[in-house]
Ligand binder design. Structure first.
Ligand SMILES: [Zn+2]
Length: 423
């Protein structure tokens, strides 16, 4: 009797439903970039949120009633991955960084971030590594949750939370001693404090730890290293114990060297990097996220008329340093520091990577396969392969010949769901 009651209760709680067949879709682009190379007349079969098969058209074993979409003149590619964004910032020529941190309410910043998230997704970036909330606490972790729950459309996020800076190094700055202002990141130093803060940020939901290995705190306002190599190593070891990586903001060769020897995963910016430090990064398997678009945007905010005036010193130096990075063979991930410039214009970084010397095909690999692998997502994202998540973008034309066509994707599919398609 007890057994029968148990069965009845089980059936009542969990009635049998007919199994729902996931939606089946076939995409037939003219060209397909699978994360490694471009194929002509290859197709993709999507089942639910998964890529079931990729290969020459007419070789796919999709069911006959699968929805079939013709994409003549289009290249289909994996959903792009943004390597360096700040959803909680917007361009500094609209509002200065100081005023965003000090005078803008968290509510406004979060609402703006929701708009930014949608813009990045619609620009074909289905995954975004967001590297610091810049004074908005753990709002990035809440925004990630809202996207995951389907409250707002947006890319899947890897978030850093507050980020860590050495005491005295970060802004906003210039206030009298008796005035306490919120900072753009969390200060921590030394053994006990660093270990506690890394663990605390992880506990709040950070997917990775972002640390500022140098900052503009030199006697003349120039960038100088902040944390010692021992401190950086401690941060890396503490994060690694929880299965997380650390990424470092670093522009000086010395901070890049310390961060590399400490076991950091990627170096952000690397503006003053030289052949020696890039060779060291390559040897230790540390990737460079060059953020070319940030310097390009800031130089223009400072009055540079691009295309009219000659390159300012900052741009000349960055071009030289990027050429040295390419020559060294260091892994280059694609990330522009979106937020310094407009969200949704992420592809500006890809155009500059080509302008500064990379081939369009290498840039395509960087923003898909390479980013996925370096960010620990390479088993599921960054390629069009059977078993991978159905994140796809379609652009008119050939991005392997003209990178600029990536600016305006007509189709954006994330996790099998179509977010953008032509009217
Ligand atoms: Zn940044």
């Amino acid at each position: 009797m007890k057994y029968l009651i148990a069965v009845f209760v089980l059936l009542w709680c969990f009635p049998q439903k007919p199994a729902l067949q996931p939606a089946q879709t076939l995409l037939h682009p003219q060209w397909l970039f699978d994360g490694e190379q471009v194929h002509e007349n290859w197709s993709v079969w999507i089942s639910g949120n998964t890529i079931k098969q990729v290969g020459p058209r007419n070789t796919l074993a999709a069911p006959v009633d699968a929805r079939s979409i013709e994409l003549p003149g289009y290249t289909l590619l994996p959903g792009m991955i943004e390597g360096h964004a700040h959803l909680l910032l917007h361009p500094y020529n609209e509002t200065s960084w100081d005023d965003q941190v000090l005078k803008t309410s968290i509510a406004e910043r979060v609402i703006r971030a929701g708009v930014h998230a949608e813009k990045q997704l619609m620009a074909g970036f289905t995954t975004v590594r967001d590297l610091g909330s810049e004074g908005a606490g753990y709002a990035d972790i809440g925004i990630k949750a809202a996207i995951q729950k389907g409250v707002i459309p947006g890319p899947r996020l890897l978030v850093a939370g507050k980020a860590i800076v050495a005491t005295g190094s970060y802004g906003p700055k210039g206030f009298a001693e008796h005035v306490t202002v919120p900072l753009g990141a969390e200060e921590a130093d030394g053994v006990d404090n660093l270990v506690r803060v890394v663990r605390d940020q992880i506990g709040h939901g950070a997917d990775l730890i972002k640390v500022y290995a140098d900052y503009r705190w030199g006697p003349k306002g120039e960038a100088r290293p902040s944390f010692s190599e021992a401190e950086l190593r401690l941060i890396v070891e503490t994060a690694a114990s929880s299965g997380r990586v650390v990424v470092a903001h670093a522009v000086t060769p010395e901070a890049m060297r310390r961060a590399t020897l400490a076991g950091i995963s990627t170096i952000e910016h690397g503006d003053l990097g030289d052949a020696a430090v890039f060779a060291l990064m390559r040897e230790k398997g540390v990737a460079l996220c060059p953020t070319l678009a940030a310097g390009d945007a800031i130089s223009q905010y400072n009055g540079w008329r691009k295309g009219v005036d000659p390159d300012p010193e900052r741009i000349k130096a960055k071009k030289e340093s990027f050429a040295a990075a390419l020559k060294s063979g260091v892994t280059i991930v694609a990330g522009g520091d979106v937020g310094v410039f407009s969200h949704g214009e992420n592809a500006r970084e890809l155009e500059l990577m080509v302008e500064y010397g990379m081939s369009p095909l290498e840039v395509l690999k960087s923003v898909t396969t390479v980013n996925a692998r370096v960010f620990g997502l390479g088993e599921q994202l960054g390629a069009l392969k059977a078993g991978y998540l159905a994140d796809l973008v379609a652009v008119k034309g050939r991005p392997d010949q003209d990178i600029r066509v990536l600016r305006h994707p007509d189709w954006v599919i994330k996790d099998g769901k179509t977010y953008k398609q032509p009217d």
